[in-house]
Ligand binder design. Structure first.
Ligand code: TTP
Ligand code: MG
Length: 351
């Protein structure tokens, strides 16, 4: 039987919280992020999106596109508080919840008695009554498609992707919409005439290897064919081992950064081995000279503590990073653990 996965994503999260807290911003083009020359847009209200303003855009460009935009610097503590309130509520209602970011979660609702649509409508209504925020919900039989669905008719959307919808929905989709494909990779593929998933279908999986490395290539190849076996991990990121340091000097040298990450990987893996832990997820953290920061994660489909596999995952993830400014801090984390001894114990029991 197919699983039923719900993906939940708050609309214009930081900007919507600001509009709720400051009614004078309602229905206005609101941009959250510093407005200095070096400022970056964290997010913006849908009123500002009409002008083409987007997350991660420089404030200078945002101002040009939307001269009447109101800039606010944002209040992370407040967003975290709202996020916590919503996810505590969701966790009290559902057994299988994986929180993936400050405003986004997957819920496995396969075992729920109500219909998926009813569950989604109830959830949207409850969150709206509780906080005043609107959310978009996607429903499908795997995580990749559920996430695609929640994005489909934002804001305040609800969308279902069924198996029979795969050709009509996936084939015409621009490749930039494939979660996990970076802008640079898409540009390279565009340059050789690949614009949509249908274009990509003409090539074998091995073709993607040279762009993405084998690990990612396999995953992306599966995704575009509607296959994604990743489960909803309730304890996602609850435990992690990581290391990060501010560099002695800011650098743009990728080899230096890669070398540091590799050293971290060796040490983290050793720490895990001592505790008989295997992990599934690797996360790279980068902070630029101007303090803008981001993380990029990759999850394997199985738990491991094999250094060779982790190196491959690290390298593939690193290759996709677009480092366009001097870096001041790098970090690496392994998370999503399973106890190796426990697993061996289980195996013995089942023999
Ligand atoms: P998103 O869910 O990607 O964006 P959003 O909620 O603002 O808008 P959407 O309606 O499209 O879901 O990210 C959640 C929050 O994370 C967002 O409100 C601000 C923050 N964020 C950044 O700070 N920088 C970024 O580049 C992105 C994408 C998000
Ligand atoms: Mg959102």
């Amino acid at each position: 039987m197919d699983r039923q996965i719900l993906h939940f994503d708050i609309d214009a999260f930081f900007a919507s919280v600001e509009q709720l807290d400051h009614p004078e911003y309602q229905n206005k083009p609101l941009i959250v992020g510093g407005d200095s020359d070096r400022g970056v847009v964290a997010t913006c209200s849908y009123e500002a999106r009409k002008f083409g303003v987007r997350s991660a855009m420089s404030a200078v460009v945002a101002k040009k596109l939307c001269p009447n935009g109101i800039f606010v610097s944002g209040n992370m503590k407040r967003y975290q508080e709202v996020s916590r309130q919503i996810f505590e509520f969701i966790k009290s209602k559902f057994d299988h919840v994986e929180i993936v970011s400050i405003d986004e979660a997957y819920i496995d609702i396969t075992e729920c008695n109500q219909s998926a649509i009813e569950i989604a409508m109830d959830l949207k209504r409850s969150v709206n009554q509780m906080t005043g925020l609107t959310v978009s919900v996607g429903l499908s039989y795997n995580k990749f498609l559920a996430k695609l669905a929640s994005d489909w008719n934002k804001p305040d959307g609800i969308f279902v992707i069924k198996r029979e919808d795969i050709p009509s929905i996936l084939l015409p989709l621009p490749i930039i919409r494939i979660h996990g494909l970076g802008k640079k990779t898409c540009e390279k593929l565009n340059n050789i005439g690949i614009f949509t998933i249908e274009d990509l279908y003409q090539y074998p999986q091995s073709f993607l290897n040279e762009f993405l490395g084998e690990l990612y290539a396999t995953e992306i190849y599966h995704r575009i064919h509607g296959i994604d076996h990743r489960t909803v991990e309730e304890h996602h990121d609850r435990k992690s081992y990581g290391k990060e340091t501010t560099l002695q000097e800011d650098t743009t040298d990728r080899e230096i950064i890669k070398g540091i990450l590799d050293q971290y990987l060796i040490r983290i893996r050793e720490a895990l081995e001592k505790r008989s832990l295997m992990a599934k997820t690797i996360t790279i953290k980068i902070k630029y000279q101007d303090f803008e920061q981001f993380t990029r994660s990759y999850s394997l489909e199985y738990y491991t503590n094999n250094l060779k596999i982790w190196r491959e995952a690290l390298n593939s993830t690193f290759e996709l990073l677009e480092l366009d400014k001097p870096v001041r801090l790098v970090g690496l984390t392994l998370s999503n653990f399973e106890d190796q001894d426990y697993k061996q114990f289980n195996l013995l029991e089942s023999i």
